[in-house]
Design a protein around this ligand. Structure first.
Ligand code: SAH
Length: 375
């Protein structure tokens, strides 16, 4: 039985699935789930991420974290990475911080990874790079302060979609297609005027009819728990992802339908081949920031990836690498990769950086207002 057959028979037995239930099966099914059964990243895979494009990305995250460690008074800490992919980000993070006196001695690395296949890649790459690297499938328990990082983690978590009507929110469900073969979307009638959970705080009757809202319950819960830990035990978190923020003067913002599938570097139908395409949604950064505040932390205004990297001094690092490069081909790869990360038409503006801080600790480089700082 293929994964599609199993999804169909579950719908026959239990009725239509929420998008979250569908994503859960398509991405995390123990045998045929997208993340559990394959290596999705890289040129041979389905998509490429910032750490795979340029080593400078992971290096800058490492330096940012080491700076926070200094500001916190150099405590013993856990460095947690959520969704570490091929392990490249952590490899660059550790190399870039090796010379920060005392940092590697003070940290233990905790990798939170669901996929056994990717965990294998991470273990191979990070072999011997730090004496304390541990793997977990879920957020670990710990009494120490946390430095938390994640790139393209939240976009991979299951979402639910709602549409505002005059009677209340309807939910978008995954059902059986009329041709009896595939899957199709259907709106389930709902009377509830509120969304499940506390965020975002929206009431159906106050929104224009047909507004579509996405929520990501797992992202909300994860962020709440780690922000609570940071508020109580200290630390900081830095998450990079593609997504949107709500304009400051709006209480209500709906990002619309951002549910998408990518297969072999091309957009793909989200319902067509579950388990074979990456399914994601854009991240609602404003809601995540609200949740961090509800958990006792504060968040400086979200920066886009371009501003984050430029303010971190990534251009100087690039120049340094270019000067050391042994061939024109290497120099071109370095420049092209870096430009892809910061270019406004590529990843520079779509990707955003959220910092979650405990009260009283300024977030390095976030403190000044966003603005163009082109070199
Ligand atoms: N950060 C990496 C990989 C991003 S892809 C990079 O930038 O290259 C998303 C990652 O999140 C993968 O490692 C995937 O296996 C992991 N992942 C997805 N859902 C997860 C979950 N619920 N818990 C832990 N890891 C998860």
């Amino acid at each position: 039985m293929t994964l599609l057959d199993r999804i169909r028979s579950r719908i026959e037995d239990e009725g239509a699935l929420t998008i979250a239930e569908y994503m859960e099966m398509a991405l995390a099914d123990p045998e045929e789930g997208y993340y559990t059964s394959r290596t999705p990243l890289g040129l041979q895979g389905d998509f490429v991420t910032a750490p795979e494009i340029s080593q400078i990305f992971g290096e800058m995250l490492g330096i940012w974290c080491a700076e926070v460690w200094h500001m916190l008074g150099k405590p013993e800490m856990d460095v947690l990475e959520f969704g570490p992919g091929m392990g490249t980000l952590m490899d660059d993070f550790l190399r870039a911080t090796r010379k920060v006196a005392g940092f590697h001695e003070a940290i233990s690395v905790q990798m939170v990874e669901l996929s056994p296949v990717l965990r294998g890649h991470q273990q191979e790459l990070l072999q011997g790079k730090h004496p304390r690297i541990h793997w977990h499938t879920h957020m670990p328990e710990s009494e120490r302060p946390w430095l938390v990082i994640g790139n393209e983690f939240f976009d991979a978590l299951p979402i639910r979609q709602f549409r505002a009507t005059e009677a209340g929110f309807c939910e978008r469900m995954v059902s059986l297609a009329e041709d009896g073969q595939g899957l199709a979307f259907a709106w389930e009638n709902g009377e509830s005027s509120r969304l499940p959970g506390d965020f975002p705080r929206m009431v159906a009757g106050e929104l224009p009819v047909d507004t579509i809202i996405e929520i990501c319950p797992d992202a909300q819960e994860t962020l709440y728990l780690l922000a609570q830990h940071i508020a109580e035990k200290g630390g900081a978190a830095l998450f990079v992802d593609y997504g949107y923020t709500r304009p400051e003067d709006m209480d209500v913002y709906a990002g619309g339908d951002t549910f998408q599938a990518v297969k072999r570097h091309e957009f793909h139908d989200v319902l067509e081949t579950p388990g074979e395409a990456d399914l994601t949604a854009h991240v609602d950064f404003s809601t995540l920031a609200d949740i961090a505040v509800a958990a006792g932390c504060y968040t400086p205004p979200v920066l886009n990836q371009r501003d984050f990297l430029l303010r971190m001094g990534a251009v100087a690092r690039l120049e340094n690498l270019l000067a050391q490069a042994r061939s024109e081909a290497i120099r071109k790869t370095l420049s092209d990769g870096f430009n892809r990360l910061i270019d406004k038409n590529e990843m520079g503006e779509l990707f955003k950086v959220l910092a979650v801080m405990p009260a009283g600790i300024p977030a390095p480089i976030f403190t000044c207002e966003t603005g163009e700082e082109d070199a």
